[in-house]
Design a protein around this ligand. Structure first.
Ligand code: SAH
Length: 234
């Protein structure tokens, strides 16, 4: 896959990263029988939808020398956070999920892969957004396949520093969603800074990564209490 990595994201794994990505694949597949982590287990599909998609989502940041403090919200079995922690060992990666068994998998796999830059956490995202040690602390917040865009904005932006970025990994994207997201983001101290549209290199599936720029501190009112963001989306 070296050529494919190079041509599509201008990045190429070292031999060590290659073997870490390979181990991540085998560990997810073997833990899957008990933990029900993902429905994507065929090698090519796993490469495209889990590994490639995770890395492509951050765009040019993958090759940017800046060391970032990153949080992946609703990470599940560790996507997009784990492939990024492998690709960028200089980034500190907090991986959050409310399901203890999924976070347990990450706690087990990170040392197996030799990673020392991962910080797994069992928590509800809404609760974390109100905790002093997490609120307004991150350069980059990532969220994939967790909820609607407006809910994802309320989940991510309170955790991001002013000047930082949230990236919402989406599939299809409509003008209606963009209009609605713009209003939500304004309430949260941010603005939409980029809509990155691309297709995946094997199955040609559509993806949109929505970049939110944090312009001012989020009002203490957000994120609202656990469950409210999904019940009454902004
Ligand atoms: N990001 C992963 C997993 C997506 S599944 C991927 O793309 O493969 C969505 C995950 O979000 C689930 O593991 C679920 O437990 C978690 N989740 C959903 N709402 C959450 C919340 N409010 N707080 C914490 N985790 C949440």
């Amino acid at each position: 896959m070296d050529k494919m990595w190079q041509e599509t994201i201008d990045w190429c794994p070292t031999e060590q990263q290659q073997s870490q990505l390979q181990s991540l694949y085998s560990e997810v597949v073997s833990a899957n029988r008990q933990l029900n982590l993902t429905r994507i287990t065929a090698p090519e599909e796993f490469w495209e939808k889990h590994l490639w998609d995770s890395l492509r989502g951050v765009g040019e940041l993958i090759n940017n020398p800046l060391e970032l403090k990153v949080i992946d919200l609703g990470t599940g079995a560790g996507f997009p956070g784990l492939p990024l922690a492998i690709a960028r060992t200089d980034w500190q990666m907090t991986l959050v999920d409310s399901t203890a068994k999924k976070v347990g998998f990450i706690e087990y796999i990170a040392p197996e892969l030799g990673l020392t830059n991962t910080h797994p956490l069992v928590s509800r995202i809404e609760a974390l957004g109100q905790e002093r040690q997490h609120r307004h602390q991150y350069d980059l917040a990532l969220i994939r396949a967790v909820s609607s865009a407006n809910v994802c904005a309320e989940y991510t932006l309170p955790l991001v520093k002013v000047g930082g970025t949230a990236i919402l990994y989406r599939g299809n994207w409509t003008d209606e969603e963009a209009t609605s997201l713009e209003l939500a983001v304004a309430k949260l101290g941010g603005e939409i800074s980029k809509i990155d549209r691309f297709t995946t290199p094997i199955s040609d599936s559509i993806r949109h990564c929505i970049w939110l720029h944090k312009t001012t501190d989020t009002h203490p009112y957000y994120p609202r209490a656990v469950g409210i963001p999904t019940l009454k989306p902004l």
